[in-house]
Design a protein around this ligand. Structure first.
Ligand code: 5MM
Length: 344
């Protein structure tokens, strides 16, 4: 049976399911492994991802798809099965990060602003990734808030690149996850929630205009945005209710109802806060689109610590991963409650 882009997109945001973002580039996974004093090698990266993808409770019940890094989509588990087949055995859909990273945007703000690269040769890479089993892809554009930043040049350039990427994905039978991230962490994160609202609204409006110009089918894509939230270095943090309200208001104003689903990034929020925000938003439904998670750090942090790089701790790592995935599954249904964390 031939799957349409819309079928794949709907499967990725099926009720109570969300996406595991496991597409850390080599530099990022090294930083994660540094936190548990583990050397990052091809084998340790394989062992870690194998531990996650073979966690059957999480992968069968709560995870719809996994975003992989180029190295991982080619790797085999210790048994000789490809990691792609390990996750497919649980019914999860393989996805792939296809951008090649955020690079300084030439011009007066080059020390702060970036443009995401990776369009050259993308058509050919997508054909290969499809053969390897990928049915969706991801591209992340990064927007920073600082004095006089973001510039229109940066917002426009990243939105344009996202649209060109999305059109190429759809041409090749791959659902694009369109990820414009307004950063909430890092050196420039002193902005308040209203500034995040303004920049998120501006960025999303620009992204959807570019997607329209590129004739991207909105029915066959997923949006992966940040929540509307104060920066980590802001003087005042908004309440969870305010984050949920302002995020929903912003998304309703900018995201057409023909988009099947919105899968948030966690962006540096703690595990539990990211879950709480998602649950509050879903509890405020009905909403025009499915609203779920595509978390990296907020799904993996506890599992990484519990595993600690030791074979004896594989089961402990998988239990921690399954717990977080279950909590986020409940949040995607608007049914999470803090008491459920303690009950586990
Ligand atoms: C998992 O991290 C992804 C890749 O980051 P790098 O290219 O910088 O290595 C990242 O794009 C991730 O998919 C999203 O930011 C969501 O992850 P978080 O941790 O923000 O939920």
């Amino acid at each position: 049976m031939t799957e349409t882009l819309a079928d794949i997109a709907h499967a990725l945001v099926a009720p109570g399911k969300g996406i595991l973002a496991a597409d850390e580039s080599s530099g990022t996974i090294k930083k994660r492994f540094d936190s548990i004093n583990l050397v990052s090698t091809e084998d340790t990266r394989r062992d870690y991802r194998e531990m996650l993808f073979s966690a059957t409770d999480a992968m069968q019940n709560y995870v719809s798809g996994v975003i992989l890094y180029d190295e991982t989509i080619h790797q085999k588990a210790k048994t000789g099965t490809t990691l792609v087949d390990v996750m497919r055995a649980s019914g999860a859909i393989p996805g792939i990060k296809v951008d090649t990273g955020a690079k300084p945007l030439a011009g007066p703000t080059a020390r702060i602003e970036t443009i995401t690269e990776g369009l050259d040769g993308l058509r050919e890479r997508l054909v290969e990734y499809h053969k390897l089993g990928a049915r969706f892809a991801k591209w992340r554009g990064v927007i920073t808030i600082a004095d006089g930043v973001p510039t229109w040049n940066c917002v426009k350039a990243n939105a344009h690149a996202l649209a060109r990427y999305a059109a190429l994905c759809q041409e090749n039978g791959i659902v694009p996850i369109v990820e414009p991230e307004i950063l909430m962490d890092g050196p420039h994160s002193g902005h308040d929630i209203d500034e995040c609202y303004r920049v998120t609204e501006w960025t999303l409006r620009t992204v959807f205009r570019e997607l329209y110009d590129a004739r991207v089918s909105l029915e066959g894509m997923i949006l992966k945005p940040n929540m509307v939230i104060a920066g980590q270095k802001a003087n005042a943090q908004a309440s969870a209710e305010e984050v949920a309200d302002k995020t929903l208001k912003c998304l309703k104003a900018t995201v057409p109802a023909s988009v099947p689903g919105i899968a948030f990034l966690s962006g540096g929020q703690s595990d539990q806060i990211a879950t709480q925000h998602l649950s509050l938003m879903n509890a405020a439904g009905p909403l025009p689109w499915a609203l779920t998670f595509s978390y990296g750090r907020a799904l993996q942090a506890a599992a990484l610590t519990a595993w600690g790089g030791t074979p004896e701790n594989v089961a402990a790592g998988q239990r921690a991963f399954s717990h977080r995935a279950k909590m986020n599954s409940l949040a995607a249904l608007g049914r999470w409650d803090a008491a459920m964390e303690k009950a586990a």
